[in-house]
Design a protein around this ligand. Structure first.
Ligand code: ACO
Length: 433
């Protein structure tokens, strides 16, 4: 990656009697940033920003978010445009290469991906090591990490070709791993990939097909699956992406780095929210119980939060939630499914958007608010929701990982701390304590 930040001024920081000039950098869009890298050397001070609310951890050219406007762009293209018009593999190509592919480039890329869809047959043994009731996120985290044992020696991440191969393999094998985890959890045999299908269709077949029968892909379901993958493909420096970058900054194996991202994504404040959201909608159950849950969400003594509401960056609508809302209506209409949970969701959204508490705190529905409804209509159990998120996000994670390694200014990530523990003291031997 060619560094493109431009020095556009300087900021003066005064600490006691001393002042320091710190450079200000601008990118192509978004807020400028004060470069504090020299601060400790110059002044002996660190900056304190737990949760990174004001800290840019990197320069990046992949994804741009304007939370105030509710805007999400990948390589300059809006998420609405990409979700409406593209195949997920076009978006993967875009993320990795910076431009959308033409027909020839797409065919070549697609062929490369499909040539890596199978797992080494020994990976099958990893699945058999899991308890049958293991959460599929635990299985995909463990198995993706285990791929590092299969492709370690040939993965010299300093080499462009080796990095490309690792990226292709990860994107290609992720649906196979995720579908295998699902099949294992329901006791059905593994369905091998079918390279005559596109990415979304192949994944659906591996999840819902059985070796004894012919599986016909429903085009409505495949179209929605493709859209869901695109919506989850990347989201700049969120917790799991930052985890992948931090793990990768030490030069670690890419399969192990993606496993670290999967672990981070699993939490209910991040990718686990869609599962938590559907559970919450089911717990609410009917429209008349909504006020009780709204009251609980506002009660400071109650740890309950309205799942699927709020976002660290979007302080306006999450643009992905609009696409997902439309997709959920289209899907349920086309499949003729009437879902009482959708009524609860619609009413909850309406009430929360009119409520002073949610307005004042700028809490809008996020992508997870509708994705759980869509995924359950597609036939996935709640335990698979975060798995699907991880599958799609692998494209973003691996593109960000590659960008980091190509960045000439890249160093190992090493945050500092403000220590408030015990001061230095002498040890008293146990018999004298
Ligand atoms: N319900 C009720 N109140 C909320 C909610 C919510 N969902 N989200 C935030 N708040 C309140 C907080 O209590 C806090 O109030 P206070 O200022 O009076 O203390 C205020 O809004 C700000 O909340 P923070 O937790 O400081 O916001 P933060 O940016 O740290 O958290 C987060 C963002 C984690 C997404 C949060 O809104 C949340 O927990 N939402 C529910 C879980 C969820 O849907 N996560 C999905 C995120 S999207 C994704 O990962 C794809």
């Amino acid at each position: 990656m060619e560094n493109k930040i431009v020095n556009t001024g300087s900021a003066k920081l005064t600490i006691g009697e001393d002042s320091y000039d710190l450079p200000i950098y601008s990118g192509s869009m978004g807020a400028p940033a004060v470069d504090v890298r020299a601060l400790h050397k110059l002044s002996g001070h660190f900056t304190f920003d737990p949760g990174y609310t004001s800290t840019c951890s990197t320069e990046s050219q992949i994804t741009f978010i304007d939370g105030g406007k509710g805007q999400l762009l990948h390589r300059g293209y809006s998420i609405e445009d990409l979700a409406e018009n593209c195949d997920f593999m076009e978006v993967a190509y875009l993320m990795m290469n910076g431009e959308l592919p033409n027909k020839e480039q797409f065919a070549e890329f697609d062929e490369k991906i499909t040539s890596h869809t199978m797992l080494h047959e020994q990976v099958e043994r990893f699945f058999h090591g899991f308890r049958r009731d293991a959460h599929p996120m635990a299985m995909i985290c463990g198995t993706t990490g285990a791929l590092s044992a299969f492709y370690h020696d040939e993965t010299d991440i300093a080499e462009n070709e080796a990095r490309d191969l690792a990226m292709m393999r990860l994107i290609a094998k992720m649906p196979t791993i995720c579908a295998r985890a699902y099949k294992y959890s329901i006791g059905q045999p593994h369905v091998y990939p079918d390279n005559s299908l596109n990415y979304a269709e192949n994944f659906l077949k591996m999840c819902f097909g059985v070796p004894a029968e012919t599986y016909e892909v429903n085009p409505v379901i495949a179209k929605t699956m493709n859209k869901i993958f695109i919506l989850h493909a990347d989201h700049e420096q969120n917790a799991s992406t930052s985890t992948v970058r931090l793990a990768g900054s030490s030069g670690a194996n890419p399969y192990a780095c993606i496993a670290a991202g999967i672990a981070c994504l699993w939490g209910p404040s991040h990718g686990g929210a869609n599962e938590a959201c559907l559970n919450m909608l089911q717990e609410i159950g009917s429209v008349d119980r909504i006020p009780e849950f709204i009251a609980r969400a506002k009660d400071k003594q109650d740890p309950f939060r309205l799942m699927g509401f709020g976002h660290r960056v979007y302080k306006n609508f999450d643009p992905r939630s609009r696409v997902m809302q439309k997709a959920s209506h289209e899907l349920l209409d086309e499949l003729g499914i009437s879902n009482p949970i959708l009524d609860v969701a619609k009413e909850l959204e309406r009430i929360a958007l009119e409520d002073e508490y949610f307005i004042a705190k700028k809490l809008y529905p996020n992508v997870d608010f509708y994705s759980g409804i869509v995924l359950s209509a597609l036939g996935f159990p709640t335990s698979m929701f975060t798995v699907l998120f991880a599958l799609a996000r692998t494209v973003g994670w691996i593109s960000q990982w590659n960008e980091m390694l190509e960045d000439p200014s890249q160093r190992i990530g090493r945050p500092r701390q403000l220590y408030t523990g015990a001061p230095a003291r002498s040890l008293v031997p146990m018999d004298k304590r």
